[in-house]
Design a protein around this ligand. Sequence first.
Ligand SMILES: Nc1ncnc2c1ncn2[C@@H]1O[C@H](COP(=O)(O)OP(=O)(O)OP(=O)(O)O)[C@@H](O)[C@H]1O
Ligand SMILES: [Mg+2]
Length: 367
Amino acid sequence: MSSNAVGVKIKNVSKTFPAYGNKSKEIYAVKNVSIDIEPGQLVTLLGPSGCGKTTILRMIAGFLIPTSGEIYIGDKEVSKVPPNKRNVGMMFQSYALFPHMNVYDNVAYGLKLKHMDKNEIKDRVENILSLMQIGDYKNNMPNELSGGQQQRVALARAVVTEPSVLLFDEPLSNLDAKLREYMRGELRKIQQRVGITSLYVTHDQSEAMAISDKVIIMRHGMIEQVGTAMEIYSKPRNVFVADFIGKANFVKVDEVKDISNGYANIVLFGHEMNITAAENCKDAESFTCMIRPENIVITPDGRFTALVTAKAYFGQYVQYMLNINGQDIELMDFSQTNTNISEGDKIRVDVMESSLRLIASDSKKEC
Ligand SMILES: Nc1ncnc2c1ncn2[C@@H]1O[C@H](COP(=O)(O)OP(=O)(O)OP(=O)(O)O)[C@@H](O)[C@H]1O
Ligand SMILES: [Mg+2]
């Protein structure tokens, strides 16, 4: 981490806009959101379209003023500080390089605006181009570069002015799947090497999981859950989060016998088991059990009988659609050792109890 990295804090921030067609009504784009990003960390905002991700970035950058709440960059409260005084860099979905400038000039642009000494500009630009491994292209025009190379130039341009904070708004969504996966790794490496505190917006859950120190799941302008990718995947707070991150079966339980200290004793398909329980189970009236498709195993001594209703091959895994006691359940078999199973077969399966999670299913308690 670079020694001058600063943290970013958002405290109880809301932003309202006049509702379309009814200017006297306000809608909340962001509602009472607090976020804490440690110096040098990369935190991701993940959530469906319209949940307020870009609005949060725009408030940190200074293009929007919060309706209420405070924003700190380091120790300084910046809610009313103009964008050009915040030392915040942004990288957008459309990376919009200046088409009439070559790579070098595109990257040098922000430094020239700051009236930096010519030799220092040269040093900085050449350094960053070599860090991004695009030094050989410095005289190319943007239209002479591939999508991935343009992306690197855009990142170089955002980083070269040494902003305290870097904001990314779906920076990779213009790239095809393979390049996107490669670039997210590169971007993370550079971010860590330079040590810039970053807030990253994406729709793509695997991207969020791959690059983040911390993931924030949003819905309707509010935060649903904050945690590491692993915490959120294995211990979702509610059905929305469980469903948004990864695939999940939601299964009716026969009985909930006891819930205490984050665990539940339940009866599922006639068998008693101990599984983890979400906080929202405490005062709930109805429950669902989350079973990730990869946590069901096919085994001759499995406790449950399942009817195979469909089978599909996806290369890395085989997907089985099962019916267990009248409930449809998806199983992903990564081991692929069960090659002779076909549609219509009855097989024995079991679950890894510690990976199952009891979640309140009545929607009143979720919002
Ligand atoms: N300038 C504006 N005036 C009125 N409403 C706005 C304005 N900007 C955003 N909104 C509304 O605020 C909500 C949040 O918008 P925002 O752009 O932050 O969503 P997002 O999470 O970035 O979505 P996406 O993933 O589609 O980019 C939306 O309902 C949007 O219509
Ligand atoms: Mg957006």
